[in-house]
Design a binder for this molecule. Sequence first.
Ligand code: DGY
Length: 323
Amino acid sequence: MTKPKVLVTRRWPKAVEVQLSEKFDTVLSNNDKPLRPCEFRQAFKEFDAVLPTVTDKIGSDAMELSRPRTRLLANYGVGYTHIDITSASSHGMVVTNTPDVLSECTADLAMTLMLMAARRAGEGEREIREGHWSGWRPTHLVGTKVSGKTLGIVGFGRIGQEMARRAHHGFGMDIVVHNRSRVASEILARYNAVQADDLDDLLPRCDFVSLHCPGGAENRHLINSRRLDLMRPNAFLINTARGEVINEHDLVQALAFETIGGAALDVFDGEPQIARNLLYSDRLVMLPHLGSATAETREAMGFRVLSNLDAFFEGNTPPDRVN
Ligand code: DGY
């Protein structure tokens, strides 16, 4: 029997690439660069499954073709707002993602950012590397205590809940959540959390606000100047979700005029391009989209894609189908 033809758009962990190549007629990425729309159109003519990731923008332009061969778009990553799901569905393509396996590591990184911003870790590191540290003194790089404070979690899915677990059980924080749907009381009870009526109700109640909602048009600029103004003047904003959730221009203003205490970002609108003004704020910690970047998680994400491929080509519904 001929093996399904599979295209992988970026370099993946070795162990996963090996298995993909054994099981399928696989073309791996040579140059590790995102595909352009014309390359996707070509790939959709040639391959049974295409395996993109967050850096591949698969808009309606990439789908402008008739009768594609591709029947499965198995995304490496949990977020899939970079894929035009309506166009994929109209071509009969099944789309899958990789939930669960990255929740813990993404929450770990959100905690890292929260602590770095509150305790001024980026500034401290820069000071040492630049040779400017003059020694311990009572007033040096004084930050904000995290333990026991109130954390607002926007989006209470798997990653949001892992964040709550760490913050509440590890750091004794009070948890307030905002979520589109009502969160079951037994889930809230695990973290002694309360659900706010809406986002505007949550923001003024929190010392830290961590974003864990999906990106895409629906949540574009969810955090804008009006909402930044609702935050406490010394509160911190953490984003490990998607860059477009924050209006970065408004965030720069809030940081410059000190209407919030600080912020920490792992994701950026239009990344890897970074809006210039973000670079100038010492109240801002930035990391290059590292949420799921551990060897264990990146491998688990790849194997999760494999299990979606296996199910699909055995004629079953893939476990992580999203459309
Ligand atoms: C995802 O999975 O959507 C991340 O942003 C990449 O880890």
